[in-house]
Design a protein around this ligand. Structure first.
Ligand code: FES
Ligand SMILES: [Fe+2]
Length: 461
């Protein structure tokens, strides 16, 4: 009957005022990209890399229950100092090893005393008769673990595919002051990580809309470009600040690590500053919960004469703390406080437990998000095809890997017109980035001098 069809068929979505009724409601999630369980494309891809699972300081004399990539695990450091990352539930009858006893060798289950070594070997089944074969027959699930810079890492992929543990130049900094970060978000990991390739939100969320979380320079709309790098991708943003151009480059290190340049150097002339700022991993707890873990690191002694940057001012006043950048990064403030001054945590968690990409209307400023998703898909497809995804290093690494993240602030007077000034800003960012890519900046530690002949001459318009 024509009439029944007329009542069930929805008209095409109308574009116009009060169009709520006609909006399409297909907000399905992208399972290929977002799922992290074993056997899923995303889960298998992520399982090819080392990930931090907790802080070293969180391992005490009692076991620590953790959940990573949808797997319930227990982490501990035994009496020999060896790290264990084991399946949570005892191989005997499933009691949680979070109630176990950390032993000189491995961990012992609280219920019937079975003892497991850090590699999953069963060392003792005390209630079983002498000669019981269980110890030899059964292995408990275990993952290799290691410690670095106050973080405990695990590798949860196939043992034969275990990569080298990657060390990057920016990690090998001299004299840093570390403040570790550990935060959880009730949402999918990709929306947390995408935030870092979305530099324009600094102007709105962090600066213009709710009072200044960052310095006023971040209220400027920067020029923005995104480029692929050997380790992943990076964004180049250039902001005009008085007589200066301020280039900020941040790295996305595939698949889930970012190296973020300090927000402190924007207001003074700091050519190729590498005082550091933050390195963090976004690690899926499961499909809808995410761990943000890493550290802020900044050279605590690097206070240079004539600098006027935020860090230096705070240091002179004796109130400097590395963790100051945590504003808006957790759900701890009250709901009303978060409504009145939301932060990154509110932005990414409110996109949904798993943000639907079908809801989105992406624009020019979302190119970084698009590029990041593309790289993730390529990585997942590579693993599915038995190939090596980007930035997975199966062969021994010779020296640290090159990163690109840094700030450069240079005096470049404002051009006569806004259009020319923006063009100069883009040219400035490309010129510095080109020099980095070509390896012209060999000394990459804090305080390293940029080549003395460094000049930037705006191109003729
Ligand atoms: S359940 Fe762990 S030893 Fe029995
Ligand atoms: Fe942010």
């Amino acid at each position: 009957m024509a009439g029944s069809n007329a009542t069930t068929r929805r008209p095409r979505a109308r574009k116009g005022p009060y169009g709520g009724y006609d909006r399409k409601r297909d907000f399905a999630t992208d399972d290929y990209l977002t799922r992290v369980g074993r056997g899923t494309p995303g889960g298998e891809y992520l399982r090819r890399y080392w990930h931090p699972v907790c802080l070293s300081s969180q391992l005490t004399d009692v076991p620590r229950r953790i959940r990573i990539l949808g797997e319930d695990l227990v982490a501990f450091r035994d009496g020999r100092g060896k790290l264990g990352v084991l399946e949570l539930h005892c191989s005997h009858r499933g009691t949680s090893l979070e109630f176990g006893k950390v032993e000189q060798c491995g961990i012992r289950c609280c219920y019937h005393g079975w003892q497991f070594d850090v590699d999953g070997r069963i060392l003792d089944t005390p209630g079983e008769p002498e000669g019981s074969p269980i110890k030899k027959r059964v292995w408990h699930g275990a993952y290799p673990a290691r410690e670095w810079m106050g973080l405990v890492f695990a590798y949860m992929g196939p043992p034969e595919a275990a990569p080298e543990f990657p060390v990057y130049d920016a990690f090998e900094r001299e004299n840093p002051e570390f403040v570790h970060r550990y935060r959880e978000s009730p949402c999918n990991w990709i929306q947390v990580r995408e935030n870092e390739m979305d530099p324009i939100h600094l102007a709105f969320l962090h600066t213009r809309l709710f009072g200044v979380q960052f310095q006023p320079v971040y209220g400027e709309i920067p020029t923005m470009e995104w480029v692929e790098t050997p380790i992943g991708m990076a964004y180049l943003t250039v902001r005009r600040w008085q007589d200066y151009l301020y280039l900020r480059v941040n790295d996305m290190i595939m698949p889930n690590v970012v190296r973020v340049a300090g927000i402190e150097d924007a207001e003074g002339e700091t050519v190729f500053d590498r005082r550091g700022s933050a390195l963090n991993w976004v690690v899926p707890i499961d499909d809808t919960h995410t761990l943000n873990i890493g550290f802020g690191d900044i050279d605590k002694d690097l206070l240079l004469d004539g600098r006027q940057s935020y860090t230096d001012r705070m240091k002179r006043q004796g109130v400097y703390t590395v963790g100051a950048g945590d504003v808006g990064q957790t759900g701890e403030p009250s709901y009303e406080q978060r409504q009145r001054a939301p932060g990154d945590w509110d932005a990414w968690t409110s996109q949904g437990a798993i943000a639907s990409h079908k809801r989105e209307h992406l624009g020019f400023t979302d190119q970084g998000v698009v590029m990041y998703r593309k790289l993730l898909r390529e990585g997942m497809a590579a693993v599915e095809a038995g190939k090596t995804p980007k930035n997975l290093h199966l062969k021994k690494l010779v020296g640290p890997l090159l990163t690109y993240c840094h700030n450069t602030v240079k005096r470049v007077p404002r051009a006569a017109t806004e259009t020319t000034d923006r063009a100069n800003a883009v040219a400035f960012g490309r010129e510095i980035f080109k020099r980095i890519r070509e390896g012209q900046l060999a000394k990459r530690h804090p305080g390293a001098e940029y080549p003395a002949d460094f000049e930037f001459t705006p191109p003729k318009s």
